[in-house]
Design a protein around this ligand. Sequence first.
Ligand SMILES: [Zn+2]
Length: 240
Amino acid sequence: MLSSFFYLIFGIIVIGVIITLLSAWAVKLSNPYRFPYFRYSFDVSGKRNVDLINLIDTFLLDERNRSLLDDYARQLDTWEKQTKAEIESIHFKWLRQKRREQYESILDEDHAYTFSTCRNRTRYNQANYIRTPYTVTFVDQQIQVSLEWLLDRCCQLEKTNFEATLKDWNCKQQRRLMTPKLRKKIAERDNYTCQNCGKYMPDGVGLHIDHIIPVIKGDKTVESNLQVLCSKCNGRKGGR
Ligand SMILES: [Zn+2]
C-alpha cells in the first residue's frame, strides 16, 4: 500500500520535471522578437504600367511623408534600445545568450522600409441565386529599401526643389535639349522624309522630330534616338 503511494508521487514528480524541461526548451527555441518594418502601400487599382520607384518619389515629395520617415526612425531606435535593455536584464545566462542571438538574427535595417502597390478586385459570392460583391486587396509589387537609399533619393529630389519626381525631371531636362538647331540637323539628316511611310515634307509642314525610344522610358535626346516622322505616323505612334 505504502509502496504504490510512493510510486504515484514519484510518477507525478517525473512528469512535472519533463513538462518543465519541455516548456523551458520551447521558450528558448521560439523567437519572441519581430523587426518593426515601415510599411507603406499605394493603391493602384485600375492603373496600368505602374512604376513603384516613381511612386516612392511622389511619396517623398510630400514633406509630411518625409516626417513620417523621421518618426519611424525614432521609433525603431527606441525599440532597439528597449529590446536590448530587456535582454540584458534576463537573469539566466543561457537564456540571455540565446535571446541575444535571436534578436541579432531578426535585425534587418537594410530592408526596413517596405513599399508596395496594391490593387482592389471585386469578387462575387453566389448563394441562393443572389450575387454579392466583395472586395479583395492583393499586393502587386513590393520593394524593401534602407534609410540610406531613401536619404539618397531625397538628396536627388532636392535638386528639383521637391517639385517633380526624378523621372519627370529627367523628361523635362531631355525635352529642353531639343533645340531648333538640333531639329534642323535631324530634318536635314533624314532629308525631310518620314522614316515610317516615306512622305517628303520639304517645307517642314507636318514634320515631327520623334524620340525613337520615348524619354519617359528613360531614353535621351541624342541624334541616334531621333527621327523624322509625319504628323500621321507620329500620332499613330503616340496612340500605341
Ligand atoms: Zn509617315
